[in-house]
Design a protein around this ligand. Sequence first.
Ligand code: NAP
Length: 493
Amino acid sequence: MRSHHDAIIVGAGFGGMGAAIQLRRLGYDDLVILERESDLGGTWHVNRYPGLAVDIPSATYSYSFEPNPYWSRLYAPGAELKKYAEHVADTYDLRRHMRFGTVVEGARWDEEAQLWRVSLAGGETVSAVYLLTATGFLSQPKMPDIPGIETFAGKVIHTTAWDDSYDLAGKRAAIIGTGATAVQLIPELAKEVADLTVYQRTPIWVTAKPDFDVPKAVQTLFARLPLTQKVARFGGSSILEVLMVAGVLKYKEFRPFGKVAEAVAKAHLRRQVKDPETRAKLTPDYTFGCKRPTFSNTFYPTFNKPHVHLETTSIASIDETGIVTSDGNRTDLDVLVLATGFNLWDVNFPAIEIIGRDGKNLGKWWRDTRFQAYEGITMPGFPNLFSLNSPYSYSGLSYFTTIESQMKHMDRLVTEMQKKGATVFEVTQEANDRFLDRMTRNLEDSVFRLGSCASANSYYFNQHGEATLLRPTSTLGAFREAGRFPLTDYTYA
Ligand code: NAP
């Protein structure tokens, strides 16, 4: 195994693979993709819980340059995404670059040698001219710090570590959390277990999911006439763009749009849940869009079943046999499912320690100042670093729009370096500040500033109370800028 490369990519999910494809197009073949898991696919390798599926139409939730005509449903099941990731790795010959079971601990810019030194668990060090971090947003599972949880004697399963060998049949189960993951999992769990208690802290906005099997004839049409699938993709992407811009980013101008979305979700709930008290508990009290809404036809009806209970009293503690709520009630359990999501802002920005020029620590800088990244991808003081999961990088509902914008940004920047014969880039402080000011101004019109978000507990907000996860521009705008940003926003050496 050689220890120096053109580029090191951390993460073998769709972001990391997109970056590798782009670097290969730019003429770099000496790449290594370091992945802590045992296989590729990122989120779609790790998550295997029952009910897992995309909730963005699959023609849109995929690379535009590698369409898959054979998605079985409008919203493909998770296993098909994992298969698609494998197909991409094979088609673009990426597997030979990947090293699995490799945990990256940190990276440090070596000013003298003008390269990144990356340290791996076990003591090995590798180096590269470019460092690309593609470690995902939702990749550090959050374990709830409920008193006594470690004493529970039954089975504990976090949704990111699903245990297929555990038989749920006939068990007394509880699930903590009602985010997008729980919304998919709860109906499936209810089919298996004898008794299910759902512990909800914050309700989620849920609308209907217009899902269906894609007929074989349509799959054949997509395969024979790819333009037809492009049209389907365009349709899906356009709807998402409108939802995002009108419902979230331009809330000031489109306030009634948010009200309509809330009315639609409430009508969905009324149609599907019989008991008014349960309906009231399932109704959010924060503005639609503050927190990621979700789509399901099966979540709400699950609460009509006699063996499913919705518990909204807060959890006081967990002991050897079950959960005790703050009113003193106890529920005895065999299995406890944690659908408690991910820790973004404490441990995942960045996911590894990154030290740039003059000892500048990326995580510390973000926390001491503000979370920021020029065009959501580069930072002053961090030469030759593409940080693909940065503040303001996620530009819309389909993560693939973000990946492809970033590929385009890399293309423009690295092509310019090649023209100049340069080997080191760094974004200027001025360009970074200008971008941050613009994103801050754009957020003024968003639901995050003008909606009622205080009770949403939304991971879109960081510990400073700023909504710095989503890029507050349209995805079209982000894509356009990736191909047009001023080249003078960078220095080249
Ligand atoms: P999440 O949205 O962060 O939800 C976590 C849930 O656990 C929340 O209901 C939270 O309550 C609750 N929780 C956390 N700690 C708790 C504690 N100590 N006590 C009680 N409740 C606690 O996580 P997620 O459901 O895994 O979804 C994360 C994201 O993954 C989604 O927003 C979405 O972007 C993505 N996702 C996508 C799909 C898809 O179909 N494409 C499917 C699943 C997930 P609070 O809200 O009160 O904190």
